[in-house]
Design a protein. Structure first.
Lengths: 128, 244
């Protein structure tokens, strides 16, 4: 008797995920933020999604919102068969973000949103 | 002739494979596959009073989150819960004691390394060995050496403890996405480990389920990250490429 991680049907009970909305059939994707010297990089894990079915935008609360339609219904376990059809998640824009230059790309089911930083501060002259 | 001799030698040795949640969940995915594939039986569990009280129920049987499996000369220890940094050494000591008691003379630990610090073009598995005999095994299996980096957490505790006890240990670091479950990289880790163990595997069925697995294992990935980030203040300031 073992638990097979690679068999999606081997988990009899649903694995409740924080932030999933069963009523609206919405899954909350994993995401991460990495800070670089000149930019922020937000990543969203969006398996079972096609590029054409992703909607990513900035809302009035200055949040990056990602919505995506799954290419097929996701069922969480053989016991309950809860069904989900979408991903949705919002993340606050990091500080010093240059929101006019935000770009995004989608490869291998991962959405990468790049937000350049605005240079802020006072230039210091290097004396001779 | 040489291959036959090597295969016989490998079969005579007692080997432990060890996997626990970390970058990309590579360790747990890989161990789960090998345990299923070899139909390894549960022969014990590792418990600790400070572990979060968790049990799984499978077909009416209660099983713990850290289990010991065995088939012939191969032992496997799999954890399905992240090992908190405070428990790293206790966990390592338990594994070490098990190895000494059972005369295990080779430990292999599949794990993950952040792909952005290594070659991003394709998935690769790197080896870090504490013993020349395992470096030879890496060479025979075309596994490049993990050259430089900082390792923290349970991986580090295991490497230190086994090196100090002179028990040969090989950590297989597969490049992966560290913050998301990475079954695709795990397939590569499975294939590499299977090659070392000289067992044949067919991962084509897993390949079809990769997207589902990424969704299904979000919770454990998040818990694992929370556990690893607990260690963040203790990190050295200079660019550790693993668990960052």
């Amino acid at each position: 008797m073992t638990r097979d991680w690679f068999n999606v049907d081997s988990f009899d009970l649903p694995i409740f995920q924080f932030g999933d909305d069963l009523e609206q059939k919405v899954l909350r994707p994993l995401s991460c933020v990495r800070e670089h010297e000149s930019k922020w990089v937000l990543e969203f894990d969006l398996p079972l999604v096609e590029k054409k079915d992703i909607n990513v935008y900035l809302n009035d609360d200055e949040m990056v919102v990602v919505e995506a339609k799954l290419r097929e219904v996701y069922r969480d376990s053989k016991f309950t068969r809860h069904q989900y059809e979408h991903f949705k998640k919002s993340i606050s824009i990091p500080k010093n973000a240059d929101i006019k230059k935000i770009s995004a790309r989608f490869t291998n089911g991962r959405l990468v949103v790049t937000i350049p930083k605005i240079f802020q501060g006072t230039k210091i002259k290097i004396e001779d | 002739m040489e291959t036959k001799t090597a295969a016989k030698k490998l079969q005579a040795e007692r080997i432990l494979i060890l996997g626990f949640p970390g970058n990309g969940l590579i360790g747990t995915f890989t161990l789960s596959y090998i345990i299923q594939h070899l139909k390894m039986k549960i022969v014990g569990e590792i418990n600790h009073p400070d572990l979060p009280p968790t049990v799984f129920v499978e077909n009416g049987d209660v099983i713990g989150p850290i289990r010991i499996h065995r088939k012939d000369n191969i032992y496997a220890i799999i954890s399905e819960i992240p090992i908190y940094s405070e428990l790293s050494y206790d966990f390592t000591e338990a594994v070490l004691a098990f190895c000494i008691k059972n005369k295990i003379n080779k430990i292999i630990v599949p794990s993950g390394v952040d792909a952005q610090y290594v070659d991003k073009k394709d998935i690769k598995t790197y080896g870090l060995a504490t013993d020349p005999s395992l470096e030879k095994l890496m060479y025979e299996n075309d596994i490049p050496k993990f050259i430089a980096g900082t390792i923290i957490g349970t991986d580090a505790a295991i490497i230190i403890s086994f090196r100090n006890k002179h028990i040969p240990l090989l950590v297989l670091y597969t490049s992966c996405h560290p913050f998301f479950p990475d079954p695709q990289a795990s397939i590569h880790a499975v294939t590499t480990l299977a090659k070392i163990l000289k067992i044949s595997v067919d991962t084509s069925e897993i390949q079809k389920r990769v997207d589902y697995l990424r969704i299904q294992h979000r919770n454990l990935m998040q818990e694992t990250l929370d556990t690893l980030y607990q260690q963040e203040p203790q990190l050295p300031s200079k660019a550790p490429p693993i668990y960052r």
